[in-house]
Structure formats: structure tokens, C-alpha cells
Design a protein around this ligand. Sequence first.
Ligand SMILES: Cc1cc2nc3c(=O)[nH]c(=O)nc-3n(C[C@H](O)[C@H](O)[C@H](O)COP(=O)(O)OP(=O)(O)OC[C@H]3O[C@@H](n4cnc5c(N)ncnc54)[C@H](O)[C@@H]3O)c2cc1C
Ligand code: SF4
Length: 337
Amino acid sequence: MIPFDYVRAGSVEEAIRFGAEPRTRFIAGGTNLVDLMKETVERPERLVDIGRLNLDGIEERPNGGVRLGALAPNADTAYNPIVQRDYPLLSSAILAGASPQLRNAATNGGNLNQRTRCYYFYDVATPCNKRERGSGCSAIGGVNRNHAILGTSESCIATHPSDMCVALAALDAVVQVIGPAGERKIAFVDFHRLPGDEPQTDNTLAAGELVTAIDLPGQHFREHYSYLKLRDRLSYAFALVSVATAVSFDGDKISDARVALGGVAHKPWRSRDAEETLIGSKPSEQKFADCADRLLEGALGRGANNFKIDLAKRAIIRALTQAAARTPQSQIDKKIA
Ligand SMILES: Cc1cc2nc3c(=O)[nH]c(=O)nc-3n(C[C@H](O)[C@H](O)[C@H](O)COP(=O)(O)OP(=O)(O)OC[C@H]3O[C@@H](n4cnc5c(N)ncnc54)[C@H](O)[C@@H]3O)c2cc1C
Ligand code: SF4
């Protein structure tokens, strides 16, 4: 047993004051942090419980967008009527993740900040640069079937495990944070980072900063969307590859397109250049394949995960085909269930 202090924050101001102490972690639903503490991967000296802060609302914004509170449970977010109506891509991505029980406990802020599922990160008997900087990466040359093919470094080839975040990246969400230096906004694509030489750092939050909300812009993609998650089991498994797609049309031509990948990089993977290859075109398998090739430029397998390169290409083509045809994967899954 490793001892630690526990305090419950009564206000955001108190959370920031407590969170400014070194070796402190915020705890929300606890579905990831408690597991990591049990495995001694995380050893905080103090937990700041933010679970009772008034940050669980989901509200429409004057610009036609929606603000998702950081403490709103993943389940409440996915089943919220506004989210279901306006952002079905987000709702289906959340519901593709974890299990009903976990989604009831897991919060939106915790989902963004969950840590990689690399097996070596959890196994404290093995070297891992993310857990202990400079110790080495056991996945390079090791068991790496689940690992990244894009944006990797020689320090780390881990993936970010979230489903929700892939949809948030595609939808151009903005993360609202507050910390000792005040409030700021982070564009979702800049929230998570690539491993580089500092794989121990997952995202661009400064020490002690608290995520308070996630803003979705007024562009909804209500009709043409699909979240396709490919995994070893149909439920309760992390993505090998996932794709969040959304398109809009002007007549029969694509006027806007979003394609974000999960399970392939240290962050949700997007490329505006790849998306622009679709704009002004009629939907076609060839166009979708060109977009996939652009998005996957530079992809590198490390042995057991080589299959992800071809799988990702086929998944992108399929998800875009589903989005264009208004037959999202979530509807197909409902019929199977
Ligand atoms: C068996 C299992 C299967 C799963 N499957 C999936 C899956 O398929 N897809 C998927 O996407 N996820 C999956 N998950 C992960 C799950 O979604 C996350 O554990 C959950 O979203 C984390 O939320 P939480 O509120 O419990 O976070 P916590 O465990 O409380 O916290 C996680 C991290 O976030 C930090 N944090 C929490 N809130 C904030 C905040 N507001 N500001 C700053 N930092 C914060 C904490 O300090 C901690 O470092 C699975 C989890 C389990 C246990
Ligand atoms: S891939 Fe990253 S998390 Fe996994 S062992 Fe290597 S350094 Fe650690």
C-alpha cells in the first residue's frame, strides 16, 4: 500500500489551489486513475476529488454549438437529446467505447486525459519511457500489435485509446481549461501531443490545469457521418483502428469533409490536406482511397502492427462510404444488436 492524501474540492478555485501542489492528481470518475494507482504506475501523493464540482452541465450555446461540462458522465453526454440530434458522430463514438457501467462513471474531462493502454506502460517490471523517462521502449521490438503507425518516435509508439476524442477532433472541438495562470482555450487537435523525446507528457495541459468544458462548434454534420471502430471483440475492447468521418454536400459534390483516426497514433490523427482532396468532388471509392493515402502518408509499422496500415486505409474508405450514403456504422450495429 502506497499512502496518499485525499481532499475533495468544493469549488473550481479550491481545485486549482489544491492541484497546484506537486505530485497531485485530479480524480473524476476514477475509472483509469484508480487502475493505474493499483498497478503503481501512478503514485500521486495527493488526490484532489473534483467529482462534486458544478461542471456537469450540457448547454446549447448562442452560436449554435454546445458546451459539454468536463464532469458530465460519458453516458449522459452520449444520450443527451441535443448531442444525439446535433452531434450523432460524437454520440456514436462514445457509445462505441468501454461498457455501459464504465460510461456511467467515466467523465468527459477524464476521457480526454486517460492514459495509453500500451501493455508495457502498465507493467512496471519492464522499461517504458512514458512511465520512466530514459528507461527505454519495450514495445519497439516487442509485442506491438496495438501500437501506433503514425507520428511515432524512437522513444514511444503508444496510441491514445479514446473513442470520444477521435470524434471531438473531427468536429473541431475546443477544450476550455483553467489553472494557476488563468483560463485558456485549446483547439482539440492541439490538446494531445506526439511523443517526440518527451513521451511521458500526453497532452498540452500545464501542471495543475483543470479541464472545465469542451465546446462543440455550430457545424453539426447531422446527416452524413459515421464512426467505425475495428477491434478484436465487438464490445469492451479498445480500437485497433477507428475512423470518425463527417461530410457535407453542396448538390452532389462534397463541400466539407472531416476524417480523424483513432488507434493509430499518440493523438487523434487528422490532416486538413487529406480532407481537402475530397472537397468539390462527387463521392467515389477512388476519391476516398486518395484521401486515405494522403492521411496515411508516412505510416510506419513495427512488425506485429504492420496490418494496421492496410486496415486503416480500408476503414477510411468504408467509413466515408457510410457517411456519404447516410448509413452510419452505429445504425448497422443497432440492427446487429
Ligand atoms: C475496462 C475498460 C475499458 C475501456 N474501454 C474504453 C474504450 O473502448 N474506449 C474509450 O474511449 N475508453 C475506454 N475506457 C477508458 C474510459 O473511457 C476512461 O477510463 C474514462 O473516460 C476516464 O474518465 P474518468 O472520469 O474515470 O477519469 P479518471 O480515472 O478520474 O482520471 C483519468 C485522468 O484524467 C485526469 N482528469 C480527470 N478529469 C480531469 C479534468 N477535468 N481536468 C484535468 N484532468 C482530469 C485525472 O487526473 C487522471 O489523470 C475503458 C476503461 C476501462 C477501465
Ligand atoms: S510505446 Fe510508449 S508507453 Fe509503450 S513501452 Fe514504449 S514508451 Fe512505454
